[in-house]
Design a protein around this ligand. Structure first.
Ligand SMILES: Nc1ncnc2c1ncn2[C@@H]1O[C@H](COP(=O)(O)OP(=O)(O)OP(=O)(O)O)[C@@H](O)[C@H]1O
Length: 616
């Protein structure tokens, strides 16, 4: 199955607004009324604030009594307070709505990522894109979706205020309106270019901090603690931190320097605007074309324009940035959804007899990892007959684990077919296919949950079956020693009193998990690597019972373990180099025989260790 490439589709602000409106349906249905309400409130606040000094001048000029003036001012003050309170409430609602939409995306991302094919989820580029999408798109309230709508509203709000100010001041003189519009437009380009530059630089810093964060994380990881101290790596870590901090400071200085020039330019434009505006107003008053109270009103209004211009330019820059970030998030989620839709759903639900083992056939299967350069498996064919116990051996990196992943449908062959009882596994619904397998993977995965949960992988488990599986895996005595037995929490991520099992105990837990699953195909990938000699021997003894009535594949580097299998497949350079019993392979496959001799010589009594090394 080919995984779709991610597009670099760009959505405009308008398209993202429409998309946001669709997303917030059912979350914030009244949002469409909030924008006009905010605009009306803002208009009210601006005009009333500007009118108060003018009104005061007029009332005092008319010798109005102080109690009436005071009463009026208190009334206006209260009115303004109410407007500002309403504005704050609407702002809060808007932020909450954005946060709710963002949380939805966050949850969708989590769900989608868990559902995309394994091969895509394990792809380094996909993981990087997802991290970027989460970081910029919807990971926090300061990310794209978190701020998009609010910055849009504030941009429109401030742009409208500038127009209203220009129109009102235009009543006094169109020179003032002209200078407001002209200075706003002149400030636009440098401000936008600066904001673009700042974003680019911040991205450079973020990218630089990606390895930085890894270094920080790895320096605190419990399992790294020993090596860091043993190999005196503290100095190296400190050096890396210092490098990152120095580079960040340098970038910050470059940004601040540019910010200084842009702010200076803005200050100059404000000076021009105010000089022209106040000058014209003064001339008008001297020529008695405006009264003192009108002059006061225009003067106050003009003094607020500077801040509004700054605000609109800043908000617009933020809006452009938020739009880019929303696009980053949308692109990833669109891709993930398309990939999920493209996934073969499987048209055949086979009705196998659950009590009978299954036959698995690889027919001319080739496979290359998406980021790999050479095929890992090259045109391989073999059959696991129903009920057969097969040992799969080969050097590190020969492709043994890859075969198990292909079998379970976690990876898809580039060519060739894999069938189970003659049905192509691509035609079997993925969940049904996976239910045929009880795997023990090379890496153990303990989830934050109880022992019982970790065996059954469901909270609603059959206690007796869990106990049986633990007993068969040789873990009963260890679990019985735990304070809460099956209910003991493993890992202390969620529960403070969670316990950590040893490597070998964890591997036994994984074996118990596979036993509890009781599926028709048993896949054991190096199940004894962490076991002590007694436990390893017990597993071999028990293997017959574990694999009874099942088809089983046992991957191991300990060639002695192949004796417990019916047949051995020897994998070499992406191909099945030989197939047969241990004795047959010793006789006919020199590579296998050499491997066996190299391994077994350390166990022969005649040779000393030194002789064995020389022989090897
Ligand atoms: N996710 C991946 N992306 C790219 N290449 C991979 C990936 N996983 C494995 N490989 C490569 O595929 C090859 C086969 O790996 P695989 O894990 O199947 O080998 P193996 O026979 O199980 O090895 P070992 O005995 O060490 O467990 C290796 O060269 C490995 O580097």
């Amino acid at each position: 199955m080919m995984i779709k490439k991610m597009t670099d589709k760009h959505y405009s602000i308008w398209e993202n607004l429409r998309w946001f409106n669709i997303q917030r349906r059912g979350i914030a249905d009244h949002l469409r009324w909030w924008l006009p309400s905010i605009l009306v409130i803002q208009l009210g606040i601006t005009l009333v604030s500007a009118a108060v000094p003018a009104l005061l001048v007029r009332l005092l000029g008319q010798h109005t009594g102080l109690p009436l003036v005071a009463l009026l001012m208190i009334g206006i003050g209260l009115g303004l307070g109410c407007l500002q309170f309403s504005q704050a409430v609407l702002d809060t609602f808007m932020r909450m709505a954005s946060s709710a939409v963002r949380n939805e995306m966050f949850a969708t991302d989590g769900g989608d990522y868990l559902h995309i094919p394994y091969v895509a989820a394990a792809d380094a580029q996909v993981r990087a894109k997802r991290a970027e999408s989460m970081n910029y798109g919807y990971g926090g309230d300061e990310s794209g979706v978190g701020v998009f709508y609010n910055t849009l509203v504030h941009t429109v709000q401030n742009a409208l205020m500038i127009l209203v100010d220009a129109v009102i001041l235009g009543q006094a003189s169109w020179w003032i309106a002209g200078v407001i519009i002209a200075t706003t437009l002149l400030a636009f380009y440098p401000q936008q270019s600066f904001q673009r530059f700042r974003r680019q630089q911040q991205k450079v810093m973020e990218d630089r901090w990606t390895p930085g964060k890894y270094i920080q994380r790895s320096s605190f990881q419990e399992e790294n603690g020993k090596d860091i101290r043993l190999y005196h790596m503290a100095g190296w870590y400190q050096g890396k931190y210092d490098q990152f901090v120095a580079a960040t400071n340098q970038t910050q200085t470059v940004i601040e320097r540019r910010q200084f020039w842009v702010s200076s330019g803005s200050a100059l434009l404000t000076l021009i605007r105010n000089t022209v505006g106040y000058g014209v107003l003064l001339l008008l008053m001297v020529n008695k074309q405006v009264s003192i109270s009108q002059f006061t009103f225009y003067f106050t209004l003009l003094s607020t324009v500077g801040m509004t211009v700054e605000a609109v330019l800043t908000q617009y820059g933020l809006l452009k940035g938020a739009n880019t970030d929303v696009n980053t998030g949308r692109r990833f989620l669109d891709w993930a959804e398309a990939v999920i839709q493209d996934m073969p759903q499987g048209k055949t639900v086979p009705h196998f007899d659950a009590r009978k083992p299954l036959t698995v056939v690889f027919d001319r299967v080739s496979f290359t990892y998406p980021d790999g350069t050479a095929p890992v498996l090259n045109d391989i064919s073999f059959t696991l007959h129903a009920g057969e116990r097969i040992a799969l051996v080969g050097l590190n990196g020969a492709g043994k684990t890859t075969i198990t992943m292909l079998m379970m449908g976690l990876l898809t062959p580039n060519s060739g077919t894999i069938t189970i009882n003659d049905i192509n596994i691509q035609d079997i619904p993925p969940a049904t296919l996976r239910s045929y397998f009880a795997p023990v993977f090379q890496e153990s995965t303990v989830f934050a949950g109880s022992v019982g949960y970790n065996v059954a992988m469901t909270r609603d488990y059959d206690e007796q079956r869990v106990r049986n599986a633990l007993a068969e895996a040789g873990l009963t005595a260890d679990i019985d020693k735990l304070a809460h037995g099956l209910q003991t929490e493993l890992t202390n991520y969620i529960q403070d009193d969670g316990v950590t099992l040893s490597g070998g105990q964890t591997q036994k837990l994984m074996i118990a998990r596979a036993l509890y699953r009781d599926a028709p195909i048993l896949l054991l990938d190096e199940p004894t690597a962490a076991l002590d000699a007694l436990a390893e021997s017990a597993l071999y003894q028990n293997y017959q019972k574990m694999a009874a009535g099942k088809t089983s594949l046992f991957i191991s580097h300990r060639l002695a373990s192949t004796r417990f299998s019916d047949r051995i497949l020897f994998l070499q350079q992406g191909q099945i180099a030989a197939s047969g019993t241990h004795e047959e392979l010793l006789a006919h496959c020199p590579a296998y025989a050499a491997l066996y001799r190299t391994q077994s010589q350390y166990y022969t009594e005649k040779q000393t260790g030194q002789e064995a090394v020389q022989d090897a």
